[in-house]
Design a protein around this ligand. Structure first.
Ligand SMILES: [Zn+2]
Ligand SMILES: [Zn+2]
Length: 378
């Protein structure tokens, strides 16, 4: 191969001469994926793939890169520096990088080998209205996968030892060497007999049937902050199931349901309370003790002439803000209730009132329950 025909290594990887080692690594991975002969059927792909590897082998090595920067391709043609070896086909280091690129870095060639993160769990929890408003601490029990108490997660019956996998000789992977037009190609696959673990459990633990895990009940306690609302989800980090091969626990997600309150309804951090008032109270005005979620009644002035639907705000008697200090308000809605079942005296007083207001009323019978049913039946 004539030196002057070779493409500049930086151009091959598409990086500037000032590229950082990380930039070079990223560019190489991207291009190796793009031109890998198993993925790219174009005729030129194999040649490109080889070029990319060659460029990476030089530029990813600080010493070789320094030589290349000073002497260009001449530095790779053997001679004084002598690092030209291995440019036919692939150097071993380059191969590792290729497989890293295909399997996504650190996970590497091991496949399933090693600890795996446990599953997340989801649970619903119902709390009272007051608990949501003021916060609480709740204890509860869950059933999760835990480390097997007999084999401690080793999966082998106590007293027995896992054996080295005879198929892969304990390495967890199978290597096959293939010959291709651009050199030797080593195909590395996870050993399917031991599933990449390199060992086989000959006598599985009876307690966990060789899974290394068993279902157990666990008591947990959770602090529910003041101000949470229905539908809130809380994450209990690391309280999920334990992973395979004693891997780290997943998370537990608690979905909160909140019971309804008898008299209060909630609108974000405000509490709504409907206050029934009779005609005399709204006509003349009144001072009334209204209940609060705290338990202490609060005095409220109802001005004369209040109409149904008018709102009164009691500051700071709502729900504590979840992510800030302070509380919402209590909003009191006036609801004028028409009186029923009046005594004769009350009726006489109302007739007098009507007369003074200029209405000549013609009183009717209270229909009562039976009247309403009759109406409904038509
Ligand atoms: Zn076990
Ligand atoms: Zn194996």
């Amino acid at each position: 191969m004539a030196t002057e025909q070779k493409q500049d290594y930086y151009d091959v990887l598409g990086v500037p001469r000032t590229a950082s080692p990380d930039d070079i690594k990223k560019a190489f991975r991207r291009l190796a994926m793009q031109y890998h002969p198993d993925r790219n059927n174009e005729a030129s792909a194999e040649a490109r793939f080889k070029q990319v590897n060659e460029a990476n082998e030089v530029l990813s090595d600080p010493e070789k890169r320094g030589m290349y920067d000073r002497f260009g391709h001449a530095a790779t043609q053997g001679g004084a520096d002598g690092f030209a070896r291995g440019f036919d086909g692939f150097g071993f280091g380059g191969l590792g990088d290729i497989f890293d690129a295909f399997f996504g870095g650190q996970q590497g060639r091991g496949g399933q080998r090693g600890p795996m993160r446990g599953a997340d769990l989801r649970r619903a929890m119902t709390i009272t209205f007051e608990e949501a408003v003021f916060g609480t601490e709740k204890e509860f029990e869950i059933q999760t996968a835990e480390l097997c108490s007999v084999c401690n997660g080793l999966r082998a019956e106590p007293g027995t030892e896992p054996e080295r996998c005879p198929t892969c000789n304990g390495s967890g992977e199978l290597r096959r060497t293939q010959q291709s037009i651009f050199g030797q190609f080593v195909n590395v696959a996870m050993c399917d007999r031991c599933r990449g673990e390199g060992r086989i459990v000959g006598t599985p633990c009876k307690n966990c049937r060789g899974t290394g895990r068993e279902k157990k009940k666990r008591k947990l306690s959770v602090k529910i902050p003041a101000g949470v609302d229905a539908g809130a989800q809380m994450r209990l980090t690391g309280e999920g199931e334990i992973g395979a091969n004693a891997g780290p626990r997943g998370n537990l997600y608690l979905q909160l349901n909140v019971k309804q309150h008898e008299i209060f309804r909630r609108d974000e951090d405000d509490l709504l309370f409907e206050l029934d008032l009779n005609f005399a109270q709204v006509a003349l005005g009144d001072e009334i003790d209204v209940p609060t979620i705290d338990g202490e009644p609060q005095q409220l002035r109802i001005p004369a002439g209040t109409q149904t639907g008018e709102l009164f705000v009691v500051r700071g008697k709502g729900v504590p803000h979840l992510r800030a200090t302070g509380r919402g308000d209590m909003i009191v809605r006036a609801n004028v209730v028409t009186p029923k079942g009046l005594s004769k005296e009350q009726k006489d007083l109302l007739k007098q009132l009507a007369a003074s207001m200029g209405s000549d009323v013609t009183p009717q019978e209270d229909r009562g329950l039976m009247g309403k049913i009759k109406d409904a039946l038509g």
